[in-house]
Structures are given as C-alpha cells and as structure tokens.
Ligand binder design. Structure first.
Ligand code: NDP
Length: 246
C-alpha cells in the first residue's frame, strides 16, 4: 500500500512549479489531492488531468491565498469532495524583488498577504477538519533563516515569520499527533526563479553545489515529511538549498 493511501491533501499554488510537483507526487503516493491557483486555469486543469491519467484523484480550486474567504472556501470544498483532510501544504507564495525603500505599500501587502497571512488563514481553516496524525507543511525559504543578497527584504521577512509560525503551532497541535514543518528551498528552477539570467548567477555562486536545484528536490522532502516515517519530526525547518545557508 502506498504511503498516503486513503489520505486527502490540499496543496496551495499547485498549478505550476514546486506546488504542481508536490501535488503529483502526493497523488502518486496515494492521496486524493486538491490544488489551488489564481490565474492558471489551464495549468491547474493539466495537473489534474495528469494525476487522473495516472489513476489518481485530483481537483483544482481557484483561490487567491490573499483572499481569506476564498482560501477558507477551498478547504471546505476539499473536505466536501473527499470527506476528510490529512495533509496541508502551504506552498502559494510570491516575491517582488526590488530595494526595500522603493517597495510600494501595495507590493508590501501583496507579499505579506500571500506568503504569511494566507498561510495562517489556510492553516486555521484546515485545522478545523484535519485528522489526528495530520501533516501541516509550509514551503518557506532558505532566506527565511539567512540573508545574503539585497532586494528580497519583505519576502525574507515573511519566510522568517513562516518559520516561527511553524515552531509555535507545533506546540499547539502536537497532542493530536499533527506535525508542523517548514521546508526551506534554496534556488529552484521555476517560473518564479528561473535558473538562467542575471538574477540566477549570484544565487548559483552562493550554493555549495554550484547549481540550481530541481522541483523534485523539494518534492522528495515534502513526500517524506507527509509520510508515516516522519511522525516524530515537528516544529522543524528543513533546508533543501544546495548548501546556500552552509
Ligand atoms: P511559481 O511562481 O513557479 O508557482 C507558484 C504557484 O502558486 C503557481 O501554481 C501559481 O498559480 C500559484 N500562486 C501564485 N500566487 C498565488 C496566490 N496568490 N494564491 C494561490 N496560488 C498562487 O513559484 P515556485 O514554485 O517557485 O514557488 C513555490 C513556493 O516556493 C513559494 O512559496 C516560494 O516562495 C517558495 N520558494 C521558491 C524558491 C525558488 O527558488 N523557486 C526558493 C525558495 C522558496 P497561479 O499563477 O495560477 O496563481
């Protein structure tokens, strides 16, 4: 029997990049999977189709992580469709790279609302339904812990906040056997952070392995943390960054 047979997972921002990889892997591991997205209806539909073609169950829900009502409704729709909730992956996130002093209030709100506020609200809604022994997994960032470059001040602040949210919440839900962990990627080749171009060169130089990572590198860690062998890991920030923070 696969690791997640009869389990239900919700992955925010699951239409592209790291979130799409996580959704496909959790489905391959046996879970029924709901994903959220904002604009990428076609991309979300193709993730669902790919999972279904492989014999899994999936659904896509439009829900902006910055919209409290929408993310709460996404949790409710997942539970209504699949009858339970075992795994939440708070993956939806964005960065608006620019010097802090030039960042507008609107840009600050966007980064905070998607990366941090959305994570809190989605988690609160999910906890109402989560089975004992469930898994709450954040996709933070290696810059939530250590900062080497300018231009990502508010982004790093939100990811640092996600790290402490993880630690705090682990203390409240441990009695139910629910684990709360924060996966901290380094540079991973996605549309948000492509492995080529001006922005990529300094990030590669900061890694110990002298290269970008792949979506699968993060997916593997999420699959492990979601599975039964990780039952004693909680409140942890697990860094998968090619040695960026070494
Ligand atoms: P991408 O931009 O490639 O993909 C983002 C995904 O999230 C898409 O499916 C997108 O779909 C969805 N999304 C974007 N905004 C929202 C929103 N407001 N509400 C719901 N869904 C949304 O990003 P990555 O895969 O690179 O990043 C995923 C996570 O990993 C983020 O939290 C990011 O901060 C983190 N991370 C990434 C790193 C990297 O190097 N790539 C490094 C460290 C951390 P749609 O467009 O339809 O909304």
């Amino acid at each position: 029997m696969a690791n997640l047979t009869n389990k239900v997972a919700l992955v925010t921002g699951g239409s592209r990049g790291i979130g799409a990889g996580i959704a496909k892997r959790l489905a391959a591991d046996g879970a029924s999977v709901a994903i959220t997205y904002t604009k990428g209806l076609e991309a979300a539909a193709s993730v669902v189709k790919e999972i279904e073609r492989a014999g899994g169950k999936a659904m896509a829900i439009q829900a902006d992580a910055a919209d409290a009502k929408a993310v709460t409704a996404a949790v409710e729709k997942t539970v209504a469709a699949y009858g339970r909730l075992d795994v939440l992956v708070n993956n939806a996130g964005t960065a608006i790279p620019k010097p802090f002093q030039e960042t507008t209030l609107e840009e600050l709100d966007r980064v905070i609302n998607i990366n941090f506020r959305g994570t809190l609200i989605t988690t609160q809604a999910a906890l109402k339904h989560m089975q004992d022994g469930g898994r709450i997994i954040m996709i933070g960032s290696c810059v939530g812990e250590r900062m080497m470059t300018p231009g990502l001040v508010s982004y790093a602040a939100t990811k640092g906040a996600v790290k402490m949210f993880t630690q705090g919440l682990s203390r409240e839900v441990g009695a139910r056997g629910i684990t709360v962990n924060n996966i901290q990627p380094g540079p991973i080749d996605t549309e948000l952070n492509p492995a080529s171009g001006d922005w990529a060169t300094p990030q590669i130089a900061l890694t110990a392995l002298n290269r970008y990572g792949h979506v699968e590198d993060i997916v593997a860690m999420v699959a492990f943390v979601a599975g039964p062998e990780a039952a004693y890991i909680t409140g942890a920030s697990l860094t998968v960054d090619g040695g960026t923070n070494a």
